[in-house]
Every structure is written in structure tokens, then in C-alpha cells.
Design a protein around this ligand. Sequence first.
Ligand code: AKG
Ligand code: FE2
Length: 202
Amino acid sequence: MIAGFEYHPEYLTREEQENLLTEIREMIKSNHLFQPSMPKTDKPFSVAMTSFGSLGWVSDKAGGYRYQSFHPVTKRPWLPIPDKLLSIWSDLTGYTEPPECCLLNYYQNEKAKMGLHRDQDEQDFNAPVLSVSLGDSALFRLGGLKRQGPTTSTKLNSGDIVILGGEARNAYHGIDRILYGSSQLLKNGGRINLTLRRVNKA
Ligand SMILES: O=C(O)CCC(=O)C(=O)O
Ligand SMILES: [Fe+2]
């Protein structure tokens, strides 16, 4: 496996997962989920998204993939990243600067997945990417620095944390599928992934 990939299974207790989810549910009442679309084709993503933090990740035909300081629908600033996530970031990454973006991916139905990609819309590739899984389990595929080449698959369960740092920061990765019904955490099922990133150079 590529250097810099860290897997922390069952990092969050069930109670911590529930508390985080309660906080997020409250936040998305105003900081709504929205459906981004592909830059060239305008095809909607199968995953619904929103962000927290000073910058949020958005995508649409008009502007392509980018970070911006406000919600694309409400035009209001994103709500701040929950403290619990900020402390997970400093405990696990040891990176001195806090994350600027927490992207929330909501995999709601059977069609939801995320194709193999690299996270490359940021300026700072020295900072790791940290992601928290909540709800139904997902099959996470991790490759190397080239799209072709060997990949490994890891089942991410609710409460697990993944870090892509070092060489793995620029590795191809994606979500092949969600194992619906594998967790009872989300009352309507599905999976939430929270990804913390630095965007600008510290
Ligand atoms: O859902 C996941 O675990 C991965 C999400 C991801 O790769 C991304 O948002 O860039
Ligand atoms: Fe990614």
C-alpha cells in the first residue's frame, strides 16, 4: 500500500458518532445539502454535498471544480467546522494549521458512488486529507499516483478514519459502493463522509 495511507478503524465510539451526527443534522438545516454537477457535462453527482469552514468545495458547469467562501444556493458563508472534527485533525495529523474545509458527502441511494480521482483542487499538498465515515459501510479503493496500476480495497465502517498524507496525499482513490443496511446510525440509511482539508498554503 502507498506510503502515507493511515487507517484508524473504530476511532469514534458509537456515542461520539451519534453526537457528531446530531450536530451535523442541526447544521444542515440552514447549511443545506446540494447536488453539484460535472464541469463539462453538467451531469449531477450521485452524491449530495455541502461544506463547513472558511472554504467549501463546489462544482458546476459554469465554474468547474473550486473552493469558495459561500454556499452556492443560499449564498451565505458556510457554518464553521465542528470543534470535534478540529480536535480529531490536530490529534491525528499533528499538522499545525487547522483545516479550512470540511466537505460533507452524503451517499443516499444505490446509485451513489465516487469514481477514482485525486484531490487536487487545493494549493497545499503538504497537508494531509483526513476523512471520517458515518453510517453504512463503504468499499474504499486506493491506488497510486497513476490512474492505471494496482489498487487495494478497504471496507470503511461507521466511526473509521482514513488519512491520506505523504505520498498518498496525491493518490487515486474512490468509493466503489455502499453496503446499504450495514449500519443503524443514520435513520434513513446511507453514508456520510466528512473530509477535512487545507486549501491554501499555510
Ligand atoms: O467518501 C469517501 O470516503 C471519499 C470522499 C472523497 O474522496 C472526496 O470527497 O474527495
Ligand atoms: Fe477524494
